[in-house]
Design a binder for this molecule. Structure first.
Ligand code: NAD
Ligand code: DAU
Length: 384
């Protein structure tokens, strides 16, 4: 079999970005995908229901921390690449319960790296030279930016602030070390905030869409002036495919949408779109549902990605603007209310209670302290 026709092993392929990636991969590349996913609360095999009769797709329910299982999958499928998405990914959950983040994000990545190292050493010829371990990471490893500070580039020093960001930073360092010390052929992508179909409604955009449609309050943390750089998920997936194909071994590529927006701007854009798309809603104008609530502890003020390296070296650019991506996303949630109903019962309600019950409504002023703390951190970075 030609090496390019060999399967890829995807971890976390039943989550938000992973399932978009698997669907895009099979629609474009078409070569086999083995998806190793623990199916935590965030993993949903229904996202991939359309692949039920596709022989090129295999789902294996299991934990990336299970070395025996990972070894068996590598022996059985001899993948040409591992594309590693699996992680605990929600910052608020990491604040309320960090342990699982350390287990999956750090130990799980270590297990995969060790298994990949052994697998790579057993390969020969084209199979060996073509093998890649692509680690999907985040811009949060770089910390927070002041309003006028230059965007994160690949050499920005790491300064993770949340337990989630620290666990992802640790995993990035492991990947780097496994390349430097053992010669494992790795690639790392650090991406900004994604949005799009199949995103679990604990994250900002899907939470706001589902709440707005039900006339529930739209809880904006602090003063709502935190800035994120939004990227439509299909564009992140195409970036990962491009890096896998053309990325230089041992390199990191930042991926972003060049769409910096404050949280309040995002929520208001979403409300206006809902007013347009659901004009008969009894909850219009939806912006009347916006409610300022107590801030996230340690809340990063601003993220922004400098994506010039991936553009120049690999020729990747996002296809969607924030406006086109937002419209596609909202239309998807409107057309998929059964998907939303399915994931927002039971444990989801408990999470909403746990995260939001203690966030009394504020006038948005509580963020002054957080902003000052962020400014101090930025100044400290500049002084180093
Ligand atoms: P997600 O939470 O939606 O999905 C995570 C997936 O990993 C789920 O399917 C879950 O079942 C699986 N998983 C969790 N623990 C596992 C374990 N121990 N073994 C096997 N599977 C396990 O996450 P996402 O938003 O799709 O993010 C995917 C990756 O992309 C993560 O590594 C995240 O850090 C990174 N990332 C996310 C964003 C974003 O905006 N969502 C941006 C940049 C980078
Ligand atoms: O930057 C990339 C990261 O983006 C990824 O690595 C993470 O996995 C992903 O979850 C995301 O992290 P954020 O913390 O930026 O995303 P979240 O959707 O949780 O929040 C986006 C912003 O919205 C953030 O400033 C917090 C704010 N927010 C969030 C929620 C859930 C609110 O104001 N209210 C909310 O209810």
């Amino acid at each position: 079999m030609q090496n390019s026709q060999r399967p890829i092993l995807v971890t976390g392929g039943a989550g938000f970005i992973g399932s978009n990636f698997v669907l895009q991969w099979l629609a474009t590349e078409g070569t086999p995908v083995v998806n190793l996913d623990k199916l935590t609360y965030a993993g949903n095999p229904n996202n991939l229901a359309s692949l039920a009769s596709n022989n090129a797709y295999t789902l294996v329910q299991g934990d990336i921390c299970d070395r025996g299982l990972v070894d068996r999958l590598l022996r059985q499928h001899r993948p040409r690449a591992i594309v590693h998405f699996a992680a605990e990914s929600h910052v608020d959950r990491s604040i309320l319960g960090p342990e699982e983040f350390l287990r999956t994000n750090i130990h799980g990545t270590f297990v995969l790296l060790e298994a990949a190292r052994q697998h790579h050493a057993s390969l020969e010829g084209e199979e060996r030279s073509g093998f890649r371990f692509l680690h999907v990471s985040t811009d949060e490893v770089y910390g927070t930016l002041a309003p006028d500070e230059a965007a994160f580039h690949e050499d920005t020093p790491y300064a993770p602030n949340s337990p989630y960001a620290a666990s992802k930073a640790a995993s990035d360092h492991l990947v780097r070390a496994w390349t430097h010390t053992y010669g494992l052929p790795t690639l790392v992508t650090n991406c900004s905030n994604n949005y799009g179909p199949y995103q679990f409604p604990e994250k900002l955009l899907p939470l706001m869409v589902t709440h707005a449609l039900q006339g529930k309050p739209l809880p904006v943390y602090g003063d709502g002036q935190q800035v994120r750089d939004w990227l439509y998920v299909a564009d992140h997936c195409s970036a990962i495919r491009a890096v896998l194909e053309k990325g230089r071994v041992g390199e990191t590529y930042n991926v972003g949408g060049n769409n910096q927006r404050s949280n309040l701007e995002v929520v208001h854009a979403l409300c206006s779109l809902l007013d347009e798309l659901v004009p008969a809603s009894q909850f219009a104008p939806h912006a009347s549902l916006v409610t300022m609530v107590k801030d996230r502890p340690g809340h990063d003020r601003r993220y922004a990605i400098d994506a010039r390296k991936i553009e120049a070296e690999i020729g990747w650019q996002p296809e969607e603007s924030f406006e086109t991506g937002l419209r596609k996303t909202v239309e998807w949630y409107l057309a998929n209310s059964a998907w939303v109903d399915n994931v927002t019962s039971g444990a989801y309600q408990q999470w909403m209670q746990k995260n939001y019950a203690g966030r009394a409504e504020t006038n948005g002023a509580s963020s002054a302290e957080a902003a000052a703390a962020n400014a101090a951190q930025t100044a400290a970075r500049g002084a180093k």
